[in-house]
Design a protein around this ligand. Structure first.
Ligand SMILES: Cc1cc2nc3c(=O)[nH]c(=O)nc-3n(C[C@H](O)[C@H](O)[C@H](O)COP(=O)(O)OP(=O)(O)OC[C@H]3O[C@@H](n4cnc5c(N)ncnc54)[C@H](O)[C@@H]3O)c2cc1C
Length: 419
C-alpha cells in the first residue's frame, strides 16, 4: 500500500476479524497479519482478532505426532512462507532435518528397500535447505507461541455456525452458547469445515480412492534404516502402498495404504487394546510380503497414534461468485481445498494461504479487491496440488508393467539429475 495514512487505509484497518480454527492456516494468517501490519502500516489502527479453536490447549501429542514435509518447490512453498514469518530458523532447529548430519531427502525404495530415487532439490538462493521434515505438533506449537498476547486463542470453543446480519457483519455461533460478531470471518477450520457446510452445504469432500492404516513407531534406540534418514514411498508391487518417514531420532511414521471403491468406517482414538490389536494385525497381514523393517515399524507402533485414514479431498473454490458473493468470509487451508496426505503439500498450502491473505488485507482498500488477488494465486496452485495427489495415489499402488516402467524411469531420473 502506497503511504500509511488514514485516507489510503486498507479495508482491514480497525475491523474485527474472527478466525475459526487455530491450525496451520489460521495461525499462519494471524502471525502474518500482525507481522506485515507492524512493518508496513505501523501508524494505522490494526484489526482486532479473535481466534476460536475446537481443541483444548494441551491437545494430545498423539493426534499430531506424525511428521510432515515442508517444501520449497513449485506449488508447495511452505519453507518460503515460514521464512517470511521469521520462523524458519526455529522450525529447522526443531525438525528432523535440522538435527541430522545428512538432512535426508524424499525418495523411492524398491521391494528390498534399496533406493531407486533420492531427490536432492536445489536449495533456493535465500534459504538454508530445500525442505524439511518436522513433527506437525512441533510446527503448530511454534506458530502458537508466535501469536501475540493481544490475539487470544479461545481454546475448546467450536464455531458451530455463522450467519450474515442485516448490518453486513457476520455473527458466529459458539459451542459455549455465546455468539461473537465480526466484519470478516476467516474459515480455517480444516477439511470438515463447519463454516463451509454453513455457507456452501453442497461443497462436500470426495473420497480419493485409498484407505491408509498408519501410526508412529517408537524406538528406545535408533529408528531402523533407511527410515532413520530418508522419507518416501516403498514400492512393494503387491498393490499395497507404504509411506515411511523419520519423526525424530527415536520415532518414525508409517502408513500402509490400499485402493478402495468406498471410504471405510473406522474407530476413533482412543482405541481399546482389542481394536488396536485388530488394526495392527490387519496391517501385518496386508503387508506380509513387504521386507523388513516394515514389520518392525508396525510392531513398535504407539497405539495412541494408530489411525485409519480415508483419503478425502476437494477442489478449491473462488470467493467472488456463487454462494459467497458479498459475504465477508474467506476460506483458507483445508477448509477451502482439502488435500490428502498423498499430496505432501496441504500444510505448505495452509502456510502460504495464511501469508498471502494477510498480505492482501494489508494492501487492499476493499475486501473484493483483496479476495480477487488472493484467489488468483490460491486457486491455480491448490487445483494442481489436488490433481497431483490423485496421480500420487495411483502411483503408490502400481503393480506389474506400470510399476516396472516407473521404476526404470525413476532410476534414469536419479542417474541424470541427482547423482
Ligand atoms: C497423516 C498426514 C500426513 C500429512 N503429511 C503432510 C505433508 O507431508 N506435507 C504437507 O504439507 N501436508 C501434509 N498433511 C496435510 C496437512 O496436515 C493439512 O493439509 C494441514 O494441516 C491443513 O491445515 P489447516 O490449518 O487448513 O487445517 P488443520 O490443520 O486441520 O486445522 C484446522 C483447525 O481447526 C480446528 N477446528 C475444526 N473445526 C473447528 C470449528 N468448527 N471451530 C473452531 N475450530 C475448529 C481444528 O481443531 C484444527 O486445529 C498431512 C496430513 C495427514 C493427516
Amino acid at each position: 500500500m502506497e503511504g500509511d495514512s488514514e485516507s489510503s487505509k486498507p479495508f482491514a484497518s480497525g475491523k474485527k476479524i474472527i478466525v475459526a480454527g487455530a491450525g496451520i492456516a489460521g495461525l499462519s494468517f494471524v502471525v502474518a497479519l500482525r507481522k506485515q501490519w507492524l512493518s508496513q502500516l505501523p501508524t494505522l489502527t490494526p484489526p482486532t482478532i479473535a481466534i476460536y479453536e475446537r481443541d483444548p490447549k494441551n491437545f494430545g501429542v498423539e493426534r499430531e505426532g506424525y511428521s510432515i514435509s515442508i517444501r520449497s518447490d513449485g506449488n508447495a512453498a511452505g519453507l518460503q512462507a515460514l521464512s517470511k514469518l521469521n520462523l524458519l530458523e526455529t522450525a529447522l532447529a526443531q525438525s528432523i532435518t535440522g538435527v541430522q548430519e545428512d538432512p535426508g531427502s524424499f525418495g523411492l525404495w524398491d521391494k528390498d528397500w534399496s533406493g531407486i530415487l533420492r531427490i536432492k532439490l536445489k536449495t533456493p538462493g535465500n534459504l538454508p535447505v530445500p525442505g524439511m521434515r518436522i513433527a506437525r505438533n512441533v510446527l503448530r506449537k511454534i506458530l502458537i507461541q508466535s501469536v501475540s498476547a493481544g490475539e487470544e486463542i479461545h481454546w475448546g470453543t467450536t464455531c458451530a455456525g455463522a450467519v450474515k446480519l442485516e448490518s453486513g457483519r457476520i455473527e458466529v455461533q459458539l459451542s459455549n452458547g455465546k455468539t461473537d460478531e465480526c466484519d470478516l470471518l476467516i474459515a480455517a477450520d480444516g477439511s470438515k469445515s463447519k463454516i463451509r457446510s454453513t455457507f456452501r452445504p453442497e461443497d462436500k469432500l470426495n473420497f480419493a480412492g485409498a484407505v491408509a492404516i498408519g501410526g508412529v513407531s517408537r524406538f528406545k534406540d535408533k529408528v531402523p534404516p533407511p527410515v532413520d534418514r530418508d522419507w518416501g514411498f516403498y514400492l512393494s508391487g503387491t498393490g499395497y502402498g507404504l509411506f515411511a518417514s523419520p519423526v525424530d531420532e527415536h520415532s518414525a511414521v508409517w502408513s500402509l495404504s490400499y485402493l478402495a471403491k468406498e471410504p471405510r468406517e473406522f474407530a476413533r482414538q482412543p482405541l481399546s487394546l482389542e481394536q488396536a490389536d485388530l488394526i495392527l494385525k490387519e496391517a501385518r497381514e496386508r503387508g506380509k510380503d513387504m521386507a523388513e523393517p516394515f514389520q518392525t515399524l508396525v510392531n513398535a507402533t504407539d497405539i495412541s497414534t494408530l489411525m485409519i485414514l480415508n483419503t478425502l479431498d476437494k477442489q478449491p473454490f473462488p470467493h467472488l461468485n456463487g454462494s459467497l458473493e458479498d459475504m465477508p468470509v474467506v476460506f483458507i487451508g483445508d477448509a477451502n481445498h482439502a488435500v490428502s496426505p498423498f499430496a505432501g503439500a496441504g500444510a505448505n498450502l495452509a502456510l502460504m494461504d495464511g501469508w498471502e491473505l494477510a498480505e492482501q488485507l494489508c494492501k487492499c482498500g476493499s475486501l473484493p479487491e483483496a479476495l480477487a488477488l488472493y484467489d488468483a494465486s490460491n486457486l491455480p496452485r491448490a487445483t494442481s496440488v489436488v490433481q497431483f495427489s490423485h496421480w500420487a495415489i495411483a502411483f503408490a499402488h502400481f503393480t506389474g508393467w506400470k510399476l516396472t516402467l516407473c521404476i526404470w524411469a525413476a532410476r534414469i531420473i536419479n542417474r541424470l539429475l541427482f547423482r
